[in-house]
Ligand binder design. Structure first.
Ligand SMILES: [Zn+2]
Ligand SMILES: [Zn+2]
Length: 315
């Protein structure tokens, strides 16, 4: 099969169709999307080698159990089910986990991929592939509301009007909180406003302007510092950024201001699918461009250009 392979550089190669392990099924990829994590991987994040990609909609190949022939999305963490962390309800932190297209598991920028059957969720028939492909990043946004008790009376600042920042803004907005999304790129601010999000250019933030909850979705090494500077004492900071090269940070301010810091990664798929299928979140305005799989190298180049939001790949 044709696949995108990262081995220090990105190339399209002919590789064998992956062999599903016990409990896994073979999935034909229909549509995939490029995530910031994919761009970080080609900058060295996680030292990943192989087929990248983890955001997808696919069809389970014939002969693979109850979901055979069904349109599915899949949770990306493949856990053992048996270790202490799995047994205590933390499978996404399984000590021997592999992660689709990120850690020791071939990803979705290929004709076929594999995942454990228990990771898969059927896509409702009325939900388009171009919406359903947002399930994984939307689940990552929903994770914040799993972790924090958001009070509608609280002010929330979101730093970064990129793909994830916008999805987070949509999800937090559903809670009735006063949310303001900041980005240095005015173009992104206008796009966010066109989606009904209250967005402000970062240059306009007052030095003393603060919120009870600040969320760093900048995807940039200095995002933490920026978010901390606008957090009330005893406020909560949520970190969504992962970068190949993090910046050093002075922890004294966390002690002095008694900040509460929450790291936040993957989230639950079921509520994300429910938000999409009920039309509570419409991610389609985030799509910048759709490429054919044969043009995926160009798609990566396009995706890394400033101002680009989601890039989809049709397989
Ligand atoms: Zn992603
Ligand atoms: Zn485990």
């Amino acid at each position: 099969m044709r696949a995108l392979v990262f081995d220090g550089s990105l190339t399209i190669q002919d590789v064998p169709v992956p062999e599903p392990k016990t409990g896994e099924v073979l999935i034909r990829v229909l549509c995939s999307a490029i995530c910031n994590t994919d761009l970080e991987i080609i900058r060295g994040y996680m030292d990943f080698r192989g087929i990248p990609g983890h955001e997808f909609v696919g069809e389970v190949a014939p002969g693979f159990g109850r979901l055979s022939g069904k349109k599915v999305v899949g949770e990306i963490n493949c856990s053992c089910g048996d270790c202490y962390l799995c047994r205590t309800g933390r499978p996404t932190h399984c000590s021997s986990r592999t992660v689709l297209g990120i850690k020791d598991h071939p990803g979705v920028f290929a004709e076929y991929t594999t995942l454990p059957e228990r990771n898969l969720h059927e896509v409702p028939s009325w939900l388009s592939a171009e919406s359903a492909v947002f399930t994984e990043p939307l689940a990552a946004a929903v994770e914040i509301t799993e972790q924090l008790h958001l009070k509608p009376s609280q002010k929330v600042f979101i730093f970064g009007a990129g793909k994830l920042g916008l999805l987070i803004s949509m999800v937090i907005g559903l809670h009735g909180c006063q949310t303001v999304t900041f980005d240095p790129d005015e173009e992104k601010v206008y796009k966010a406003r066109a989606m009904g999000i209250q967005a402000v250019p970062l240059s306009k933030i007052g030095i003393l302007e603060k919120a009870e909850i600040c969320i760093d979705a900048t995807g940039s090494p200095d995002g933490i510092q920026l978010a901390l500077a606008h957090l009330y004492p005893a406020g909560k900071l949520v970190l969504k950024t992962t970068v190949a090269h993090p910046a050093p940070i002075d922890l004294n301010q966390i002690v002095i201001n008694e900040f509460e810091i929450t790291g936040s990664r993957c989230g639950p798929f079921a509520p994300a699918i429910s938000l999409l299928s009920q039309g509570m979140v419409d991610p389609r305005p985030l799509i910048s461009k759709t490429f054919a799989f044969s043009d995926i190298l160009e798609a990566f180049h396009f995706s890394s250009m400033p101002g680009t939001l989601k890039v989809l790949i049709r397989h």
